[in-house]
Design a binder for this molecule. Structure first.
Ligand code: SF4
Ligand code: SF4
Length: 346
């Protein structure tokens, strides 16, 4: 069966949505709703903050109605479902179906362990893409997720999903000690399998993650990404991130974070201010758009932002800046990447 591809409708819908919001005079608005319908996981990855941060509410499951209401309140055309491990949620098929019925573009992040089971309940759709967590080839990935056999299981799930006509991407987080050759081997393998694209970003130094030595400083990230994203190598890979964000990762561009574009809804409410940081949770989405809030967060404003280069804050920033730079906009359009706005979780 030919591999499913990214629908053109996604780029048109996102461009129309951005234009409409700008014409309304909104300077800050959501591009991607990050939805975390649970925080429970069947893994305990070495760089994960969520499973520690949400320990007291680990058994909470968001209802389908609450999940859909949060997505509709945000209004962003793209929804990234993360957590926790979404495939554990007993109603995940129902949540995805309701969002697809409303024509949201859903990217469901998963470690792949239970994906084949969920595929039986969720038919392929141009509105749905599975994003499988892959931090390296077998040895490195199993080390990163702290369990042997997960790489093989995730690979089998990707193969089944592709053969069954689903859209599939992979998501790779780089940490201190990531092996450049191994990451290249992974990207090559993913491209050869025919996935839609590999997403990549550095890990965020979650204060709740058990191993703080894992996380790269901004300068270290840039040095690693200059090797990982070496121009001679990447031409053979199918990368999903947009070229402006890749240049940012290489240290060739500077942006201020626009994390308000990726509001994150959890079992405790909206994270404030952003996907990586939650100084509080709120039930009022509007709280995330207060000017005063963003006077206090972002690079140079809060010490915890100093090393952050995550998709959710900076890939969206490339889109917003490109709107006022015809040259950058042409770069995005040429690469077919104008829709890539910080879709995934780390
Ligand atoms: S990083 Fe993802 S897969 Fe790993 S423990 Fe955290 S939620 Fe689970
Ligand atoms: S830089 Fe932005 S996305 Fe990163 S932690 Fe700070 S506010 Fe959040």
């Amino acid at each position: 069966m030919p591999r499913a591809k990214r629908p053109m409708e996604l780029s048109f819908r996102l461009a129309g949505y951005v234009l409409k919001n700008r014409l309304r005079g909104r300077s800050r608005f959501p591009l991607v709703t990050m939805l975390e319908p649970l925080e429970m996981c069947n893994l305990s990855c070495i760089g994960c903050g969520r499973i520690h941060e949400y320990k007291p509410v680990m058994d909470r499951m968001m209802t389908t109605e609450v999940a859909v209401a949060a997505v509709e309140a945000s209004g962003a055309p793209i929804v990234s479902i993360a957590g926790g491990e979404p495939t554990i949620h007993p109603k995940i098929h129902e949540i995805i179906a309701e969002l697809i019925n409303r024509k949201y573009f859903v990217y469901c992040c998963t470690n792949g362990i239970l994906l084949e089971r969920v595929l039986k309940k969720v038919p392929p759709s141009k509105y749905l893409c599975w994003v499988v967590h892959m931090d390296g080839m077998e040895e490195r990935h199993d080390e990163s997720v702290a369990r042997a056999g997960v790489f093989k299981k995730a690979m089998a799930s990707i193969e089944t999903a592709l053969d069954s006509g689903y859209r599939v991407c992979s998501n790779t987080t780089l940490f201190r000690g990531s092996d450049v050759e191994d990451v290249h081997a992974l990207f090559r393998t993913m491209s050869d399998m025919g996935i839609e694209g590999s997403m990549v970003s550095p890990g965020y130094d979650f204060e709740d993650a058990p191993d703080q030595e894992l996380f790269l400083t901004r300068q270290e990230s840039q040095a690693v990404f200059q090797q990982v994203l070496d121009k001679d190598q990447v031409k053979d890979f199918r990368l999903y991130n947009n070229p402006l964000y890749l240049d940012f990762l290489r240290g060739k561009r500077e942006y201020q974070c626009t994390a308000w574009s990726n509001p994150t809804y959890t079992v405790m409410g909206w994270r404030e201010p952003c996907y990586p940081l939650a100084d509080r949770h709120t039930d009022n989405l509007e709280d995330l758009y207060a000017k005063e809030l963003w006077d206090n967060y972002g690079v140079g404003k809060d010490r915890r932002c100093a090393n952050c280069m995550m998709h959710c804050g900076f890939e969206s920033a490339t889109i917003f800046q490109a709107i006022s730079s015809p040259k950058d906009w042409v770069t995005l359009v040429k690469s077919g990447a104008a829709h890539k706005s910080g879709i995934t979780a780390a």
